[in-house]
Ligand binder design. Structure first.
Ligand code: C2E
Ligand code: CA
Ligand code: CA
Length: 708
């Protein structure tokens, strides 16, 4: 690429060359003009002198010695070409041919007739012998004075007084040769000086260029260093010359802008990095507890499993679920639920080694990843500590909650280090821990998987059952102390094409877990609406028909509305209805249950606390709501006659119920002994196989017909 410097140098040299040529040309022109003037004046003077000197010899014959002598004085003038002495009649008396004229004559002679004599000397004076001696008539006709004809100066002078002329003298001077030689000399003289001046001008121009381009070069070098070092804190000296000053200022301004821009960029970058790490935190960590979230946990677990698989080391997984969290959330609201989760996370963190990862899968589910497990015992110790940290009374803000954790344990080697398999195994074990009474840990085994698979099958078949009406109702009679039928408990039955008859004890918990229970309850209520009138008709207006509700039903607004609308439209005989809810469900959903109860009560229905004695009811709670009946759990009834303690509890429940004005019903009465004990202690109602198993409506109606 052409440099600016070479371009400037080229321009400078070209300019100097053009200007020099013009100057030389002009000076030659002026010089020649002056030279011609000078020569003309000289020729005039010579002509004048010779014309005067010839006066004395005009009387002489043509070609006289004296005339010739005078003419020969022209020999000292190199460019005097020809001179003629003419008499008054225009006859040539004498001719002078100078060196310039001779050269011309030689040239002419060479081209003229052969054998003609050439003049031997430098000059010659003769009387019209040579071709030049014959005068051109155009010359003889010239007026007196100085004439310039082509490249010649011709002077015509009168010899003698102008009033008495003796003849004329004509001198022809060859200006061309004179000029040529003079020009040569001039050029020879001027060229070295001009060459010297050009070189000098060039040197000065190079120096000037350097000086002028110095700020530019400094700028270029500075820019290069900025690009290389990325240091935007540089400035160049501001040189006091208009263009470079503005250039330097522009550069310095640009650098200040770049610096400001780069500082702003650095700030933005820092902000972006901060935001990115915040985003990463948000993306990877649970906003509530600050623990790794599900996505990040899966990433960590996949990484640790890959490592364990390569190293053939063991990896353990704890699946932790907080027992009863849902009821805290439902009863006290999500804010309290959130605080409780933070509290529980902190409690668990405090007992887990920092080499292990505790994270929140979602809701109240957590996992602990334990890489490099040396023995099962180590995992059990961790599980023990986690269960211990959660299973106690937690006090925060103004709240006190009794809580517990169910933990499932699984090992990576038992599922081929497969991530989803490992989580499923730990999850299944956790459910087992819940089934077995909560607040404990349980190791995964293959049998659990079969149970889980059955649960999954039940769950899918339940949807099918709802669509195909595969359910039906059975009724189990309740009798008073005189063994008169006072009511029936509605018990749901399901006969499935694939699974056969499935007990509600098995499918209701699955329906609860898969949130299908309210749909089932709706089906039951609708069915009771159809069948209850037959029972009332057969057994009288006084009978009470008890419907079981699951804790989840209490939370379902849709179901509550459905029950109300069924009662309002008289599809349900509200005065003959009782709803049974387990004592534990009631205590765990105290507020929700009470608001449901108040709606139900307004419609004249009764309420019973089922499985009473298995939960941990506080007596003060029992006085807070208008419950009608306590149903003593079958386990106590079953132990009558076998366990003094159970008998004592049964007796106490009956007495307490009486003093609180509750009615008492004993369920699972199978023997006369149990019945006698219960009746003796004042139990109001009895229910059990001793009186009737749960049977379909047709059977009851048929039996009542035969009894009548
Ligand atoms: P539950 O409410 O405690 O019902 C009493 C259970 O004890 C019934 O079992 C009944 O058949 C059984 N039973 C009654 N008398 C005796 C007896 O003398 N000896 C023995 N061994 N058992 C007796 P079932 O019908 O299998 O129901 C089990 C549980 O399923 C019920 O316990 C109840 O919690 C639930 N359930 C049944 N039907 C429904 C329903 O329609 N909705 C809801 N949510 N749960 C239901
Ligand atoms: Ca019941
Ligand atoms: Ca019961």
């Amino acid at each position: 690429m052409k440099s600016l410097r070479s371009q400037i140098s080229f321009n400078t040299v070209t300019s100097i060359a053009v200007i020099s040529s013009l100057i030389i040309g002009l000076s030659i022109y002026v010089y020649e003009k002056l030279y011609v003037e000078f020569v003309s004046a000289e020729v005039n003077a010579i002509g004048e002198n010779i014309a005067v000197d010839l006066i004395d010899y005009m009387g002489e014959p043509a070609g006289s010695f004296y005339q010739t002598e005078v003419l020969l004085r022209l020999g000292e003038y190199d460019y005097a070409e020809t001179a003629y002495i003419l008499d008054n009649d225009g006859n040539v008396l004498n001719v002078y041919i100078g060196p310039a004229g001779l050269n011309k004559e030689k040239n002419l002679a060479a081209s003229s007739i052969e054998g003609q004599n050439s003049v031997p000397s430098d000059v010659s004076v003769s009387k019209a012998q040579s071709p030049l001696s014959t005068i051109d008539p155009s010359i003889t006709s010239l007026a007196l004075g100085l004439h310039q004809i082509k490249n010649k100066v011709v002077v015509v002078k009168t010899i003698g007084e102008s009033t008495f002329p003796l003849g004329r003298f004509i001198l022809i001077f060859n200006l061309q040769d004179a000029l040529k030689d003079s020009r040569k000399r001039y050029i020879a003289l001027v060229t070295p000086s001009v060459a010297f001046l050009i070189v000098l001008a060039l040197l000065i121009s190079v120096r000037a260029q350097r000086k002028v381009l110095h700020p530019l070069n400094t700028l270029i070098n500075t820019m290069d260093s900025v690009v290389k070092d990325q240091n935007y804190d540089v400035k160049v000296e501001e040189i006091d010359r208009e263009e470079t000053l503005s250039l330097s200022r522009a550069f310095n301004n640009m650098m200040s802008n770049i610096k400001a821009q780069s500082e702003a960029n650095a700030e933005k970058n820092a902000l972006l990095q901060k935001q990115q790490s915040q985003m990463e935190k948000l993306a990877n960590f649970d906003a509530l507890t600050g623990l790794p979230n599900r996505q990040f946990l899966m990433h960590l677990l996949a990484r640790d499993l890959a490592k364990a698989c390569i190293n053939k080391s063991e990896l353990g997984l704890l699946f932790v679920d907080i027992d009863g969290f849902k009821s805290i959330n439902d009863s006290f609201g999500h804010d309290v639920g959130d605080k409780f989760l933070i509290h529980i996370s902190t409690a668990m963190m405090s007992v887990i080694d920092k080499d292990y990862t505790l994270g929140r899968l979602g809701g109240d589910e957590f996992i602990v990843i334990v890489p490099n497990v040396p023995s099962k015992q180590v995992l059990e110790d961790i599980a023990d500590r986690v269960v211990g940290a959660v299973s106690r009374t937690h006090v925060f803000d103004t709240f006190r909650f009794d809580s517990s954790a169910s933990v499932g344990l699984a090992l990576a080697s038992e599922c081929d280090y497969e991530l989803s398999h490992l989580i499923t195994n730990a999850d299944v074990a956790m459910y087992k821990a819940k089934d077995e009474g909560k607040a404990r840990y349980i190791w995964f085994n293959e049998a659990m998987l079969a149970q889980t698979q059955r649960k999954v099958l039940i769950s899918t078949r339940l949807s099918h059952a709802l669509e195909t009406d595969a359910f039906y109702l059975c009724y189990q009679a309740k009798v008073d102390a005189n063994e008169n039928v006072i009511g029936f408990e509605v018990l749901l039955r399901w006969r499935d094409d694939v699974l056969g008859v499935v007990s509600p004890a098995e499918f209701i918990p699955v329906a609860e877990q898969t949130e299908k229970v309210s749909l089932i309850s709706m089906w039951v209520i609708q069915r009771v609406g159809i069948e209850a009138p037959h029972l009332i008709e057969a057994f009288g207006q006084h009978i009470i028909i008890s419907i079981n509700l699951s804790p989840m039903d209490l939370n379902s607004n849709k179901l509550t509305q459905f029950i109300i609308s069924e009662m309002d439209t008289d599809k349900l005989p509200s005065k003959n209805l009782e709803f049974e809810i387990t004592e534990t469900a009631y205590m765990n959903n105290f507020n929700v249950a009470n608001s449901f109860f108040s709606v139900i009560k307004k419609h004249g229905c009764q309420l019973a606390l089922d499985d009473f004695g298995t939960g941990y009811s506080s007596l003060s709670y029992l006085t807070k709501f208008d419950i009608d009946t306590l149903k003593i759990d079958r386990s106590f009834v079953n132990d009558i006659g076998k366990s003094r303690q159970s008998e004592l509890i049964t007796k106490t429940i009956i007495e307490m119920a009486k003093s609180l004005n509750f009615s008492v019903c004993a369920e699972g009465v199978e023997t006369q002994e149990q019945a006698s004990f219960l009746k003796y202690n004042g139990c109001h109602a009895l229910q059990g196989y001793l009186y009737s198993k749960p049977v379909p409506l047709e059977n009851i109606l048929a039996r009542s017909l035969t009894e009548q």
